[in-house]
Ligand binder design. Structure first.
Ligand SMILES: CC(C)(COP(=O)(O)OP(=O)(O)OC[C@H]1O[C@@H](n2cnc3c(N)ncnc32)[C@H](O)[C@@H]1OP(=O)(O)O)[C@@H](O)C(=O)NCCC(=O)NCCS
Length: 186
């Protein structure tokens, strides 16, 4: 890590401004979103490759919104469809734990909105925010080998495959073989 990257890391202040794309508003998630977020957080299809356990009730969602998100290093956004103001998922980006200077990102959306290009649209906007407003030039992400749709999002955002590895669920009960991607933007 060079000196500029070190300074940026020391001076990092988490900020979650409202962002806009053609079809989406990305905005902070609030306790009023608990019911809407429960739709994807309790969906086994969405949860299959995620590190968190399937949510059982909206109290658990409120804990995520009130306790987990504020303490997390990543900037988290709710993904809202402009056409009907529906919150359909969430995404986040922030300093990567293993790659100094690089930012990593993640996302999940309701399964009835998959394959419409919406996550790619949201992720491109997060990357643009990190690059233009936070000065980040290096990006990393990874996905389970058996979850190619996520890899497709990464590729459509400009990342390229770098190496194989693995990741585990937060409770350590499951480990996935994974593909790791990266991108450098000047
Ligand atoms: C991964 C996920 C976020 C993608 O969201 P999305 O809004 O459907 O993504 P997009 O529509 O922008 O892009 C998906 C791409 O994957 C492609 N795809 C879907 N299923 C695929 C499969 N089985 N194999 C290969 N490509 C696939 C789609 O065709 C699309 O590519 P295209 O635009 O070239 O047609 C969504 O499936 C999801 O929430 N999954 C559960 C949570 C998750 O796995 N998060 C990521 C953890 S790393």
């Amino acid at each position: 890590m060079n000196i500029i990257q070190k300074i940026k890391q020391i001076k990092y202040i988490k900020t979650t401004p409202v962002l806009e794309t053609e079809r989406l508003i990305l905005r902070p998630i609030t306790p009023k979103d608990a019911d809407a977020a429960f739709v994807w957080l309790s969906d086994e299809k969405v949860n299959k490759f995620m590190p968190y356990n399937l949510y059982q009730n909206t109290d658990e969602v409120l804990h995520w919104i009130n306790e987990i998100i504020p303490k997390d290093k990543n900037c988290h956004w709710g993904i809202v469809l402009k056409e009907n103001n529906l919150l359909i998922g969430s995404c986040s980006i922030g300093p990567d734990k293993k790659e100094p200077g690089a930012w990593g990102f993640g996302y999940n959306i309701r399964s009835d909105y998959w394959n419409k290009g919406l996550t790619t649209e949201a992720t491109k906007r997060m990357i643009e925010f990190a690059h233009k407003e936070q000065g980040i030039k290096d990006f990393v992400s990874n996905h389970a080998v058996d979850n190619p749709a996520s890899g497709k999002v990464m590729e459509k955002c400009g990342l390229v495959f770098d190496h194989y590895g693995e990741y585990s669920t937060f409770d350590g009960t499951e480990t996935f073989k994974a593909k790791f991607y990266k991108m450098h933007i000047d």
